[in-house]
Design a protein around this ligand. Structure first.
Ligand code: BGC
Length: 347
């Protein structure tokens, strides 16, 4: 009997060791950490995207990954980036943040699904002492003021819209008949809007049109609609508008590039020509459309700067260091990425 118990004891001890080993491996695999065990310095950053299939967000993701690699090469500090897609669910995103924290992430970067619903995430982060870098979907001021370890990186929506409006205003000033195609003295436009709850949609919609008016462009709104930043939704709306206003649409103002591309899809399907379109973002396909001449112009945010500043803040906070001296944050927490107009290059 003794021998049998002894043998079972050995087997038990063996499985205990195996389990412990697996548990350790799991913890290390999540947000990283294996390097720490080898004694190399490392930082662990959890990133949650509101939707991984959003073109603009995907462009930012690509730049983040590049920046993390470059930082590793420059400093020898291993950067473990754990990027998750919340697929449009706030509940999923809350769980992702909880997991990041339990896996020992030093900092989290959050692209909120619902920017008005951040208290759960802030509560969890504050309790664990994990700084949060929000980006692209701006939490309200009251939430941002809850803790001095909350940051926001984004693009100033009024600036985007003023630049977008000025693309059309400049063209109109130089060559009115290129915008007012039917020469009736009024530019008839349709407007494609992003999600109604997004700070960028509301402000961009207001200021692009206001800029046209302030610049003296006579405008008339035929119609507008919400296409939630999406190419396919914008394409469906534009298809309908082309039928409702045959030959009357002269300008499409879009809150982002993807929806402008959707409108171009519908225009091409309908075989119509002579409509000017403007977008915002300067995404890879947006810039390509500008080069091809199907998109009149766009307002590009500097994606390298966007990801660079996010990483600088995240890494400094993760390592418990001061922020870089040349990084100036508004109210100590907001950073506005620079933007520029992109038009077709003269050959
Ligand atoms: C961008 C959109 C993007 C949205 C996602 C906006 O700032 O212009 O292209 O879909 O953010 O939150």
């Amino acid at each position: 009997m003794k021998g049998t118990r002894g043998r079972f004891g050995n087997i038990k001890r063996f499985w205990k060791t195996v389990c412990l080993f697996c548990l350790l491996a799991l913890v290390c695999a999540g947000c990283g950490g294996s390097e720490k065990a080898e004694g190399l310095p490392s930082v662990r950053i959890g990133v949650s995207l509101y939707r991984g299939d959003d073109t603009f967000i995907n462009n930012i993701r690509g730049e983040l990954e590049k920046r993390a690699k470059a930082y590793e090469q420059e400093t020898g500090v291993k950067v473990h980036l754990d990027i998750q897609d919340a697929k449009g669910s706030q509940n999923t995103q809350n769980n992702q943040v909880e997991r990041f924290i339990s896996l020992g992430c030093d900092v989290v970067c959050i692209n909120m699904v619902d920017r008005t619903n951040v208290s759960i995430i802030i509560d969890k982060a504050m309790a664990a002492g994990v700084p949060v870098v929000f980006f692209n979907r701006q939490p309200v001021e009251e939430d941002m003021n809850r803790w001095d370890q909350l940051y926001y990186i984004g693009v100033d929506p009024k600036e985007s819209a003023v630049l977008q409006g000025s693309i059309v205003a400049d063209l109109y000033e130089e060559n009115p008949e290129q915008v007012d195609r039917n020469g009736d003295g009024v530019v008839s436009y349709v407007l494609l809007e992003g999600e109604s709850s997004h700070q960028d949609s509301v402000i961009r919609t207001e200021w692009s049109v206001q800029t046209l008016k302030d610049s003296g462009v006579p405008v008339e709104k035929l119609t507008g609609g919400i296409a939630n930043w999406e190419r396919s939704q914008a394409s469906a709306l534009m298809e309908q508008w082309l039928k409702e206003y045959p030959g009357r649409i002269e300008l499409v103002i879009s809150n982002n590039d993807d929806m402008a591309l959707g409108a171009i899809d519908a225009i091409e399907r309908a075989g119509v020509s002579g409509i000017s379109l403007v977008g915002i973002d300067g995404t890879v396909p947006g810039n390509e459309a500008v080069e091809q001449g199907t998109l009149l112009g766009t307002v590009a945010s500097d994606k390298e700067e966007y990801a660079g500043v996010m990483m600088d803040i995240a890494i400094a906070r993760a390592r418990g260091e001061e922020l870089p001296e040349d990084l100036v944050l508004e109210e100590g927490k907001y950073y506005w990425v620079s933007q520029e107009i992109v038009m077709k290059k003269e050959k």
